[in-house]
Design a protein around this ligand. Structure first.
Ligand code: 5GP
Length: 180
Protein backbone atom coordinates (compact mmCIF):
# COMPACT_ATOMS: atom_id res chain seq x y z
CA UNK A 1 0.00 0.00 0.00
CA UNK A 2 1.39 3.40 -0.84
CA UNK A 3 1.44 6.25 1.62
CA UNK A 4 2.39 9.89 1.51
CA UNK A 5 6.01 10.26 2.59
CA UNK A 6 6.86 12.98 5.07
CA UNK A 7 9.94 15.01 4.22
CA UNK A 8 13.14 13.46 5.51
CA UNK A 9 15.78 15.25 7.49
CA UNK A 10 13.96 16.44 10.61
CA UNK A 11 12.93 19.91 11.64
CA UNK A 12 15.31 21.81 9.28
CA UNK A 13 13.49 20.52 6.21
CA UNK A 14 10.10 20.99 7.89
CA UNK A 15 10.97 24.65 8.50
CA UNK A 16 11.91 25.04 4.82
CA UNK A 17 8.65 23.42 3.77
CA UNK A 18 6.62 25.69 6.05
CA UNK A 19 8.35 28.82 4.74
CA UNK A 20 7.66 27.74 1.12
CA UNK A 21 3.97 27.22 1.98
CA UNK A 22 3.87 30.67 3.59
CA UNK A 23 5.50 32.19 0.48
CA UNK A 24 2.98 30.44 -1.78
CA UNK A 25 0.08 31.68 0.36
CA UNK A 26 1.34 35.24 0.25
CA UNK A 27 1.64 35.01 -3.55
CA UNK A 28 -1.88 33.65 -3.92
CA UNK A 29 -3.31 36.38 -1.73
CA UNK A 30 -1.85 39.01 -4.10
CA UNK A 31 -3.62 37.52 -7.17
CA UNK A 32 -6.51 39.75 -8.23
CA UNK A 33 -9.95 38.38 -7.51
CA UNK A 34 -12.17 37.76 -10.54
CA UNK A 35 -14.38 40.70 -11.53
CA UNK A 36 -17.99 40.58 -10.35
CA UNK A 37 -20.45 39.04 -12.85
CA UNK A 38 -22.08 41.51 -15.25
CA UNK A 39 -25.72 42.54 -14.68
CA UNK A 40 -28.11 39.88 -15.99
CA UNK A 41 -29.85 41.89 -18.70
CA UNK A 42 -29.90 42.88 -21.47
CA UNK A 43 -27.81 40.08 -22.97
CA UNK A 44 -24.86 41.48 -24.95
CA UNK A 45 -24.45 40.38 -28.59
CA UNK A 46 -21.20 38.59 -27.79
CA UNK A 47 -23.05 36.31 -25.36
CA UNK A 48 -25.50 35.42 -28.11
CA UNK A 49 -22.59 34.71 -30.47
CA UNK A 50 -20.85 32.60 -27.85
CA UNK A 51 -24.03 30.62 -27.24
CA UNK A 52 -24.51 29.94 -30.95
CA UNK A 53 -20.86 28.90 -31.32
CA UNK A 54 -21.32 26.49 -28.44
CA UNK A 55 -24.53 25.15 -29.99
CA UNK A 56 -22.75 24.69 -33.34
CA UNK A 57 -19.90 22.89 -31.58
CA UNK A 58 -22.27 20.57 -29.73
CA UNK A 59 -24.28 19.88 -32.90
CA UNK A 60 -21.10 19.13 -34.85
CA UNK A 61 -19.88 16.78 -32.14
CA UNK A 62 -23.05 14.74 -32.58
CA UNK A 63 -22.13 13.86 -36.21
CA UNK A 64 -19.50 11.28 -37.23
CA UNK A 65 -16.29 13.18 -36.75
CA UNK A 66 -14.44 11.78 -39.77
CA UNK A 67 -17.26 12.53 -42.22
CA UNK A 68 -16.65 15.04 -45.03
CA UNK A 69 -17.21 18.61 -43.90
CA UNK A 70 -18.00 21.95 -45.50
CA UNK A 71 -14.23 22.46 -45.81
CA UNK A 72 -14.00 19.60 -48.36
CA UNK A 73 -16.41 21.56 -50.55
CA UNK A 74 -14.33 24.71 -50.08
CA UNK A 75 -11.18 22.81 -51.08
CA UNK A 76 -12.93 21.45 -54.20
CA UNK A 77 -14.27 24.97 -54.93
CA UNK A 78 -17.79 23.57 -54.90
CA UNK A 79 -18.80 26.44 -52.65
CA UNK A 80 -17.29 29.92 -52.77
CA UNK A 81 -14.78 31.27 -50.29
CA UNK A 82 -12.34 34.13 -50.23
CA UNK A 83 -9.03 32.37 -50.65
CA UNK A 84 -5.99 34.32 -49.50
CA UNK A 85 -3.31 31.64 -49.91
CA UNK A 86 -3.12 28.26 -51.59
CA UNK A 87 -0.46 25.70 -52.44
CA UNK A 88 -0.43 21.94 -52.92
CA UNK A 89 -0.69 21.21 -49.17
CA UNK A 90 -2.84 23.92 -47.59
CA UNK A 91 -5.63 26.39 -48.22
CA UNK A 92 -6.21 29.66 -46.37
CA UNK A 93 -9.52 31.50 -46.68
CA UNK A 94 -11.48 34.15 -44.80
CA UNK A 95 -13.84 32.95 -42.07
CA UNK A 96 -17.49 33.45 -42.99
CA UNK A 97 -18.21 34.71 -39.46
CA UNK A 98 -15.16 36.82 -38.61
CA UNK A 99 -14.31 37.43 -34.96
CA UNK A 100 -11.69 40.08 -35.77
CA UNK A 101 -10.97 42.44 -38.69
CA UNK A 102 -8.71 39.71 -40.05
CA UNK A 103 -9.97 36.17 -39.47
CA UNK A 104 -8.53 33.50 -41.71
CA UNK A 105 -8.76 29.71 -41.55
CA UNK A 106 -5.79 27.62 -42.63
CA UNK A 107 -6.55 23.99 -43.42
CA UNK A 108 -4.72 20.98 -44.86
CA UNK A 109 -6.03 19.92 -48.27
CA UNK A 110 -5.78 16.28 -47.20
CA UNK A 111 -7.37 15.61 -43.82
CA UNK A 112 -5.71 12.20 -43.30
CA UNK A 113 -7.73 11.50 -40.15
CA UNK A 114 -6.80 14.86 -38.66
CA UNK A 115 -10.31 15.87 -37.69
CA UNK A 116 -8.89 17.83 -34.79
CA UNK A 117 -5.61 18.36 -32.96
CA UNK A 118 -6.50 15.67 -30.42
CA UNK A 119 -6.35 13.11 -33.26
CA UNK A 120 -2.79 14.04 -34.21
CA UNK A 121 -0.30 11.24 -34.68
CA UNK A 122 3.41 11.35 -35.37
CA UNK A 123 2.86 11.24 -39.14
CA UNK A 124 1.01 14.56 -38.88
CA UNK A 125 3.98 16.50 -37.48
CA UNK A 126 5.00 17.84 -40.87
CA UNK A 127 1.56 19.15 -41.85
CA UNK A 128 0.98 20.59 -38.36
CA UNK A 129 4.20 22.56 -38.61
CA UNK A 130 3.33 23.60 -42.15
CA UNK A 131 -0.07 24.92 -41.05
CA UNK A 132 1.62 27.14 -38.47
CA UNK A 133 4.27 28.27 -40.92
CA UNK A 134 1.53 29.16 -43.41
CA UNK A 135 -0.24 31.13 -40.68
CA UNK A 136 2.93 33.17 -40.27
CA UNK A 137 3.18 33.76 -44.04
CA UNK A 138 -0.46 34.83 -44.25
CA UNK A 139 -0.10 37.08 -41.19
CA UNK A 140 2.75 38.84 -42.97
CA UNK A 141 0.75 39.04 -46.19
CA UNK A 142 -2.17 40.58 -44.25
CA UNK A 143 0.12 43.18 -42.66
CA UNK A 144 -0.35 41.91 -39.11
CA UNK A 145 3.07 43.21 -38.12
CA UNK A 146 2.03 44.23 -34.59
CA UNK A 147 0.85 40.77 -33.67
CA UNK A 148 -1.90 38.26 -34.17
CA UNK A 149 -3.47 35.26 -32.50
CA UNK A 150 -3.51 31.62 -33.52
CA UNK A 151 -6.34 29.42 -32.25
CA UNK A 152 -7.02 25.72 -32.72
CA UNK A 153 -10.33 24.70 -31.18
CA UNK A 154 -10.63 21.04 -30.28
CA UNK A 155 -13.74 19.03 -29.41
CA UNK A 156 -17.04 20.15 -27.93
CA UNK A 157 -15.49 21.86 -24.91
CA UNK A 158 -13.04 23.66 -27.19
CA UNK A 159 -16.02 24.89 -29.26
CA UNK A 160 -14.87 23.08 -32.42
CA UNK A 161 -17.67 23.06 -34.98
CA UNK A 162 -15.96 21.77 -38.14
CA UNK A 163 -14.15 18.43 -37.85
CA UNK A 164 -11.36 19.07 -40.34
CA UNK A 165 -8.39 20.52 -38.48
CA UNK A 166 -7.97 24.24 -39.00
CA UNK A 167 -5.88 27.04 -37.61
CA UNK A 168 -7.65 30.32 -36.92
CA UNK A 169 -5.52 33.39 -37.66
CA UNK A 170 -7.01 36.43 -35.94
CA UNK A 171 -5.70 39.96 -36.09
CA UNK A 172 -6.34 43.61 -36.74
CA UNK A 173 -7.52 44.40 -33.22
CA UNK A 174 -6.16 44.23 -29.68
CA UNK A 175 -6.66 40.72 -28.32
CA UNK A 176 -7.50 40.15 -24.67
CA UNK A 177 -6.43 37.41 -22.28
CA UNK A 178 -7.58 34.98 -21.07
CA UNK A 179 -9.43 33.78 -24.16
CA UNK A 180 -13.10 32.96 -23.54
P1 5GP B 1 -14.32 25.99 -35.26
O1 5GP B 1 -15.52 26.48 -34.51
O2 5GP B 1 -14.53 24.56 -35.70
O3 5GP B 1 -13.03 26.18 -34.55
O4 5GP B 1 -14.20 26.88 -36.55
C1 5GP B 1 -14.94 26.67 -37.71
C2 5GP B 1 -14.98 27.98 -38.41
O5 5GP B 1 -15.44 27.76 -39.73
C3 5GP B 1 -15.95 29.00 -37.77
O6 5GP B 1 -15.22 30.14 -37.38
C4 5GP B 1 -16.94 29.28 -38.90
O7 5GP B 1 -17.32 30.63 -38.94
C5 5GP B 1 -16.18 28.86 -40.13
N1 5GP B 1 -17.04 28.41 -41.21
C6 5GP B 1 -18.05 27.50 -41.11
N2 5GP B 1 -18.61 27.32 -42.32
C7 5GP B 1 -17.93 28.12 -43.19
C8 5GP B 1 -18.06 28.35 -44.59
O8 5GP B 1 -18.90 27.79 -45.29
N3 5GP B 1 -17.19 29.24 -45.14
C9 5GP B 1 -16.24 29.87 -44.41
N4 5GP B 1 -15.43 30.72 -45.05
N5 5GP B 1 -16.10 29.66 -43.09
C10 5GP B 1 -16.94 28.80 -42.48
Amino acid sequence: MSSIQSPRGGSGNNDKLLSRVALLNSHLSTCPSPPPPPPPSPLPTTTTTMASEKEAALAAAATPSDAPTIFDKIIKKEIPSTIVYEDDKVLAFRDINPQAPTHILIIPKVKDGLTGLSKAEERHCEILGYLLYTAKLVAKQEGLDDGFRIVINDGPKGCQSVYHIHVHLLGGRQMTWPAG
